[in-house]
Ligand binder design. Structure first.
Ligand code: PBG
Length: 325
């Protein structure tokens, strides 16, 4: 009986030093990307009611906020613009004096060391709230491509370090890569929202970005949550078109997709821990039902363990702080 149990898993769990030695997955501030909303025509930060702690920033205060992000050691921000004016073709998305183009120039001048990444999608800029242009009631793929490529180019011309197309039109990575190369921006990476699912978890974001579709939904271009083989096809296509990083979004209900993409290709993988995932934790924590810090660290570790290299999350500043303590 003395040599039973033969194997004792608890031996390496006895104290934190042993546990740290056998730990398989690590969170480091280097892996974090912080999303930021910048809105035209506001003077004060505008709280997003469904995302406690997240605001829309006026241009005037954006630099100070990104300096704070930099001081926490977070390497990158992902910018979303909320324009003063919307129209059917999202003109402000690719205007050289658009809100996002101004924000990029300001950040590259004021906080040059932080990587400025930008979301490339028309939904915040169109009056109908869809991610492409509309013809006969449907989102027109090929016509949208040239606008999306123009949008990406205008970001890169303003100084963006990386562009992240999230529109889910077919061929957009190739269209963007082609136009950037033509203008001498061969070195600018593309992070493709490759496996982007039509998800209820984007609800709070649509309040933050004012991008709710005015009719219908996004199911004719974003993916069906039921599909994983199709996600791998999306990834393959984006790689063939020139993506440098592929993304899975949302993260929590799609950990198996992250794992399969990890096994399927060798590109870096980004996972987007989206607005609804943030809001659920915030809401439960506010009720005192869960321990926020503990759950956030557990969730983000799980996303990394599934195979993500980098994490886009509204919790980035909190995590940066906790990792220091
Ligand atoms: C734009 C876009 C969305 C998100 C990122 N880029 C919204 C959508 O597709 O409806 C969602 C991010 C989040 O929920 O945090 N297309």
């Amino acid at each position: 009986m003395s040599n039973f149990p033969m194997v004792r898993m608890r031996r390496t769990r006895q104290n934190e030093r042993l546990r740290a030695l056998v730990r398989e997955t690590h969170l480091s501030v280097d892996q974090f990307i912080y999303p930021l909303f910048v809105a035209e025509g506001i003077q004060e930060p505008q709280p997003i009611s469904s995302m406690p702690g997240i605001v829309q920033w006026p241009l005037e205060l954006l630099g100070r906020e990104v300096e704070r992000i930099a001081s926490l050691g977070i390497p990158a921000v992902l910018l979303f613009g909320i324009p003063g004016e919307k129209d059917a073709v999202g003109s402000q998305a690719y205007a050289s004096e658009g809100i996002i183009q101004q924000a990029i120039r300001l950040l590259k001048a004021q906080v040059p060391d932080v990587l400025v990444m930008t979301d490339v999608c028309l939904c915040e800029y169109t009056d109908h709230g869809h991610c492409g242009v509309i013809h006969n009631g449907t989102v027109e793929n090929d016509e949208s491509l040239s606008l999306l490529a123009q949008m990406a180019l205008s970001h890169v011309e303003a100084g963006a370090d990386l562009v992240a197309p999230s529109d889910m039109m077919d061929g957009r990575v190739g269209a963007i890569r082609h136009l950037l190369d033509e203008h001498g921006f061969q070195q600018t990476p593309i992070m493709a929202y490759s496996a982007k699912f039509a998800s209820g978890f984007y609800g709070p974001f649509r309040e933050a970005a004012g991008s709710t579709p005015q009719f219908g939904d996004r199911r004719s271009y974003q993916m069906d949550p039921a599909n994983v083989r199709e996600a791998l096809r999306e990834v393959d296509l984006d790689i063939a078109e020139g993506a440098d990083v592929v993304m899975v979004k949302p993260a929590l209900a799609y950990l198996d997709v992250i794992r399969q993409v990890r096994e399927h290709c060798s590109l870096p993988i980004a996972a987007y821990n989206v607005s609804g995932e943030y809001s659920m934790i915030k809401a439960a924590a506010q009720q005192g039902w869960i321990d926020e810090q503990r759950i956030v660290m557990e969730v983000l570790t799980g996303i990394r363990r599934a195979g993500a290299d980098m994490l886009i999350t509204y919790f980035a500043p909190d995590v940066a702080q906790w990792l220091r303590e």
